[in-house]
Design a protein. Structure first.
Length: 303
């Protein structure tokens, strides 16, 4: 049966196998234009395409969790990005969460490495071991290059693909998904501002703030999210961390975290069983941050 006439559930496996072969063949041959043409000419039903997106995102998330091993997950990113672009399909909640977790795991190990290397570099410089410090600096630069590439990839995917499609969507969860994507964009701009030097640090910080503000505007709008919604609470948590760590504004960070926590605690009884665990966990993190930050502010005022 010709691929463009595939329509039965039994043919999904064949469809997926064919597209996956295209993805990896195009990656090896670096012939992305041929792959784009091949995918676009397949007249597959929406259900098949959505299944394919789910499959690709699941593979990406799995390989992100195995990024510490011999698997080179970076080789899959262009294929994933191009797949989402070609198929023109918005991600469902499960797929969206898998994509987020995949990139978070992918970036998280490198952010941790960068912090460790920076601390070691400062330590070696303090002890006058310039040769060791130079080697660490070189390795840190390589980690920064990887972080730049990963963050740029997901930010482009959000700006050029996922966010524009969601803004045109009339689905019931459009507001929640828009908040999720703008928050995600703010997070990755924040990651860039953690290691960039000026003026790149300030530029990334401004864009992170813009993304967080847009997400906050949607979340607190007329058709926005309830104060106890995990996505809205997660936004408040990350935005307050941005103010504290990047903007160096602990007062604003505390005000934002306290407002989010107080609004949520007032309506805690309205939480359903599905969201209760996630929401209360984020609220605990907000309270922990508030305790730490207010204590530090009090110490500074005491001095």
């Amino acid at each position: 049966m010709a691929l463009k006439k595939l329509c039965g559930i039994a043919d999904i496996e064949l469809t997926v196998r064919f597209i996956v072969v295209l993805l990896f063949w195009s990656r090896e041959s670096k012939n992305e234009r041929w792959m784009l043409f091949s995918v676009e000419t397949l007249s597959l039903r929406h259900a098949h395409l959505q299944f394919l997106v789910s499959f690709c995102v699941c593979v990406f998330a799995l390989r992100a969790r195995l990024s510490f091993s011999r698997f080179a997950i970076s080789s899959l990113i262009p294929s994933l990005s191009l797949t989402l672009f070609c198929l023109c399909i918005s991600l469902q909640v499960e797929e969206r969460n898998l994509l987020s977790v995949g990139y978070k795991n992918f970036v998280g190990s490198r952010r941790a490495s960068w912090r460790i290397l920076s601390a070691l570099e400062d330590k070696e410089k303090t002890k006058g071991r310039d040769e060791n410090a130079a080697k660490i600096t070189d390795y840190r630069s390589k980690v920064e290059e990887e972080l730049e590439k990963i963050c740029a990839e997901i930010i482009d995917m959000l700006k050029e693909n996922l966010i524009p499609r969601m803004e045109k969507s009339e689905s019931a969860d459009a507001a929640e998904t828009s908040v999720f994507y703008h928050k995600m964009s703010g997070d990755y701009y924040r990651y860039l501002s953690e290691f960039r030097a000026s003026p790149g640090r300030e530029e990334a910080g401004e864009k992170a703030c813009e993304s967080y503000e847009k997400a906050t505007e949607i979340a607190s709008g007329k058709n926005g999210l309830h104060p106890t919604h995990p996505t809205r609470l997660g936004l408040a948590l990350n935005y307050s961390v941005f103010h504290y760590e990047i903007s160096n504004d602990p007062t604003k960070a505390c005000a934002l975290a306290r407002t989010a926590f107080d609004e949520a605690i007032t309506d805690l009884d309205t939480l359903d069983d599905e969201s209760y665990k996630d929401s209360t966990l984020i609220m605990q993190l907000l309270r922990d941050n508030l305790t730490l930050w207010t204590s530090e502010l009090a110490d500074e005022e005491g001095e």
